[in-house]
Design a protein around this ligand. Structure first.
Ligand SMILES: Cc1ncc(COP(=O)(O)O)c(C=O)c1O
Length: 475
């Protein structure tokens, strides 16, 4: 779709300090009117966004390593999305799919049935937010199995509604002061290769580091023990992220997800794969569970599904999805027509495979620039992730003592230099990279150079290197 706006230059540009004066004034106004309950990663107000750039109201152009938390994967003003949504806006904005129908809802469901992992007959239900998709997966699994319990994992994040808070692991800020929570949620060990919960040590008796296979086997044994304790026949669902997002971009030890698949099948438990952050091409495959060669009985999508227009989905085995009584699922805005059109545009964008290739190139470039820091510094414990879902964990060498202070300081230096990074992790000591899949190579490398320099400086206890020295190409 042609736009009346001039294209946004795909280069970093600092017109003022970050945040600039207009952002500061708008932030002060926000504080007078908006609840303090929302946190903020960077108090900068955005005027326009496109490709890998966020342009703020002071004229600064920031490199986007966040994509609105893994949402705007195909760009924050993608022409296909604009065109489809604008055409739908002219026709109608809403009917409520439970009142009268529209075809785009069915087309989105059809695409998800065809493209989510699993060679079985599927059905899809659409909602608006990720948390709603998780909640509904639990409802469906309970209805289909006649069981009530839900197994979740250490370091999990599933949302901010009451049920999903109960399923989320981290207390602060997600759960603090918000209980009591729904019961029937049981937590089991995950298989974090760097910080295995189930091995007493990361080395065995001979001082040999535990292998990924050891970590996975120990975690799986612990999952079986947890199920045995609570009665496996009482579990409706087990819900897992294929790469744990808010928990720290943790790629589970190899074999763990396959093992969970087997355990779920053995006990008749519905395996729900929460692909809300890792799905829709983010990791270089359409769905992250493809890397593990597994299929959930249900796969959850949201975030990048409609490129920023709120839409989420539960896609699962037809027998499970159809076990719910008519009228048992829904919601006023569930599968809103504007969001469905945006999703259809996203599907078109993925058709020729370029975006998946981009995700893999993003990983290769970031590995080339950042992975050597594990050996070069004493504080980068791990570089990990897949595709364009990548992270650096900061911890002291040897003790693995988490260094949230370093992650915070490095992120702040990146922000000051015009690179929007986000932190995450149970210990707050992880910097995550979630660039849009459409980011240009030169721009991405510029952002990485800034991040790398900030890490090197902070690790050496040095003041910030100036923008010019860090990246001479600064526009
Ligand atoms: C894995 C995962 N599940 C669920 C959610 C909740 O999604 P939403 O914020 O749209 O409710 C998130 C959000 O970050 C997520 O990363």
């Amino acid at each position: 779709m042609t736009s009346s706006l001039t294209p946004l230059p795909q280069s970093r540009h600092l017109a003022t300090a970050i945040p600039g004066p207009r952002s500061q004034a708008l932030h002060a106004e926000r504080q007078a009117h908006v609840t303090d309950g929302f946190g903020i990663a960077l108090p900068v107000f955005i005027d326009r966004a496109d490709g890998g750039i966020l342009q703020d109201v002071d004229g600064n152009r920031l490199i986007d390593f966040a994509s609105g938390i893994a949402v705007t994967s195909i760009g924050a003003s993608n022409p296909r999305v604009r065109e489809r949504v604008a055409a739908q806006l002219e026709r109608f904005t809403h009917t409520c799919f439970m009142v009268t129908e529209y075809e785009s809802f069915t087309q989105v469901a059809k695409w998800l049935n065809e493209h989510t992992p699993g060679d079985f007959e599927k059905r899809t239900a659409l909602f608006s937010t990720g948390a709603e998709a998780v909640e509904n997966a639990v409802k469906i699994a309970r209805s289909a199995t006649g069981r009530s319990k839900v197994l979740v994992f250490d370091e999990a994040y599933h949302g901010r509604s009451l049920m999903t808070m109960a399923m989320t692991a981290k207390e602060t800020p997600y759960r603090l002061n918000f209980g009591p929570f729904p019961t029937e949620v049981v937590r089991a060990a995950s298989a974090n290769p760097l910080r295995p919960a189930t091995a007493t040590n990361t080395t065995n008796d001979d001082g040999v580091p535990a292998s990924g296979a050891d970590v996975a086997a120990a975690a799986l044994a612990s999952v079986e023990a947890t199920l045995a304790e609570h009665g496996p026949e009482s579990f409706a669902a087990m819900v897992i992220e294929p790469i744990q997002g808010e928990g720290g971009f943790i790629v589970p030890a190899p074999g763990f997800l396959k093992g969970l698949r087997e355990i779920a099948t053995k006990h008749g438990i519905v395996l729900v794969i929460d692909e809300i952050q890792a799905g829709m091409g983010r990791t270089g495959t359409l769905f992250a569970s493809e890397h593990e060669g597994i299929a959930g009985d249900m796969t959850l999508s949201a975030k990048a599904l409609a490129d920023g227009v709120p839409l989420s989905a539960v896609t699962g085995r037809a027998d499970l999805m159809n076990a719910v009584h008519a009228g048992g699922l829904g919601g006023t805005y569930a599968g809103n027509p504007l969001a469905c059109e945006a999703a259809l545009a996203v599907f078109e964008a993925f058709e020729d495979g370029t975006l998946l290739t981009n995700a893999r190139s993003i990983e290769a470039t970031a590995r080339e620039v950042l992975e050597p820091l594990v050996a070069e510094t004493d504080v980068v414990a791990e570089f990990r992730g897949r595709g364009a879902m990548l992270a650096l964990e900061f911890a002291d060498r040897g003790t693995l003592e988490p260094r949230a202070d370093l992650a915070k300081e490095i992120s702040a230096r990146c922000h000051a230099q015009g690179v929007l990074t986000l932190t995450c992790g149970t210990h707050g000591n992880v910097i995550r990279l979630l660039p849009p899949l459409v980011i240009g190579d030169e721009l991405f490398r510029d952002g990485l150079a800034v991040l790398r320099q900030a890490i090197v400086d902070v690790a050496a206890g040095r003041d910030a290197t100036t923008a010019e020295a860090a990246a001479p190409a600064l526009a």
